[in-house]
Design a protein around this ligand. Structure first.
Ligand code: NAD
Ligand code: K
Ligand code: MN
Length: 358
């Protein structure tokens, strides 16, 4: 029987609550399915590791992950350490070290969940946002001179390469092509940012010619936020830069009901390295350690992990179990207006998975 090696990196804050919940659900699924086994390796990297070792993960940490089939991640972010240190020292180190250049973020209004949009039916909001995940605004290029002085200058250079732009656009067109509506919106800010964003537009037009069966359009990122609220049904697949898609996908999650339910995959489409799956949310300092975190975003990320491993039917069964639980108001966590706790939702999903096999 196939055994998949999974790295579990809970990281910080509620990552330490939702990743063990995700592991529990995946193990229940493997037990119920019987077709594959999972072998988890736990990595205690993050803020605590930083306080003990002066870094968020060991220098040779990527080597420890290299042989894994997939990574389940929680969050990088500790209230006592600057956010740019935690993010760059852990999550971005893995994303960039393993060239996980496609960050895929599905959004749907799950059964039983009320989004804030008044006239939006569940079928009107079924999106996938593809985020460029290796360069752009988060390329790490820039610096500060004369730090602390009145003449201080600081830059974060948004560096886009043609190779990087073409590969993410091609990935997004291919993904759009695989979805029923075959529709892609390319988001830029090419009116104000007249170099890299204009290159995006040019690359999009060229690559679109390779996908004559995909309907595509362009939107400026500011207008895109309004379109997401006003005309959700006009959107299907979206591709945008690292920063733009980061922001759009938190909005998307909120429009679908909560930041706590949204999943993501940091994918190396060429499969040279392990891909990493995580909820899109962060450490949630305001609720950490209280058992209040919604684990659904992590569970849905586990669905994406299984799809990536090719375990399609297991992925479908987990998604069904998640949806039957979201459809039950008594199993809604506080972010969804309910009183259920992380452990209640986890137990309910495991029970649902066990019931499916009977
Ligand atoms: P956040 O996502 O941690 O929290 C924003 C709000 O959403 C909070 O009110 C929180 O309680 C709520 N929320 C988030 N996830 C939830 C869940 N599963 N269930 C219920 N409520 C949930 O964003 P933030 O406050 O901007 O960031 C906190 C820390 O997390 C920072 O250090 C930040 O850098 C880090 N962060 C890390 C990642 C990552 O590792 N991928 C992503 C985002 C933020
Ligand atoms: K996360
Ligand atoms: Mn984000």
């Amino acid at each position: 029987m196939k055994t998949y090696r999974i790295a579990a990196i809970p990281g910080d804050g509620i990552g330490q609550e939702v990743v063990p919940a995700g592991q529990e659900v995946l193990e229940a699924l493997a037990a119920a399915d019987g077709g594959f086994e999972l072998s988890f390796t736990h990595f205690g990297w993050g803020g605590d590791w930083y306080r003990a070792h002066g870094e968020m993960m060991p220098a040779d940490g990527l080597d420890a992950l290299r042989g894994m089939d997939a990574i389940l991640f929680g969050s990088a972010g500790d209230a006592r350490i600057p956010d740019h240190v935690t993010l760059w020292g852990l999550r971005l180190k893995i994303c960039q070290g393993f060239d996980q250049y496609a960050n895929v973020r599905p959004t749907r209004i799950l059964p039983g969940i009320d989004g804030p949009l008044k006239r939006c039916r569940p079928e009107d909001l079924d999106w996938v946002i593809v985020r460029e995940n290796s360069e752009g605004e988060y390329a790490g290029v820039g610096g500060r001179v004369h730090q602390g002085h009145p003449i201080e200058a600081a830059t974060d250079v948004s560096m886009m390469t043609r190779v990087g732009v073409e590969r993410i656009l091609r990935y997004a067109f291919r993904l759009a092509q695989s979805r029923p509506r075959r529709q892609l919106t390319v988001v830029t800010k090419s009116n104000a940012q007249r170099h890299a964003m204009v290159m995006w537009d040019e690359c999009a037009s060229a690559i679109a010619a390779e996908f004559p069966d995909v309907r595509w359009d362009k939107e400026l990122v500011d207008a895109m936020t309004a379109r997401m609220v006003n005309r959700p049904a006009s959107i299907d697949t979206v591709v945008a830069t690292n920063l733009h898609a980061d922001i759009l996908s938190d909005l998307a999650a909120a429009l679908a009901g909560s930041l706590g339910i949204a999943p993501t995959g940091n994918i190396d489409p060429e499969r040279r390295y392990p891909s990493m799956f995580e909820p899109i949310h962060g450490s949630a300092f305001d609720i950490m350690g209280q058992g209040l975190a919604n684990p659904v975003g992590t569970f849905w990320s586990c669905v994406m992990l299984l799809e990536h491993l090719g375990e399609t039917s297991a992925a479908q069964r987990l998604m069904q179990a998640i949806e039957s639980v979201t459809a039950t108001p008594e199993l809604h966590t506080r972010d969804l207006g309910g009183t259920a706790r992380t452990a209640d939702v986890t137990r309910a999903v495991c029970r649902q998975l066990a019931a499916q096999t009977r």
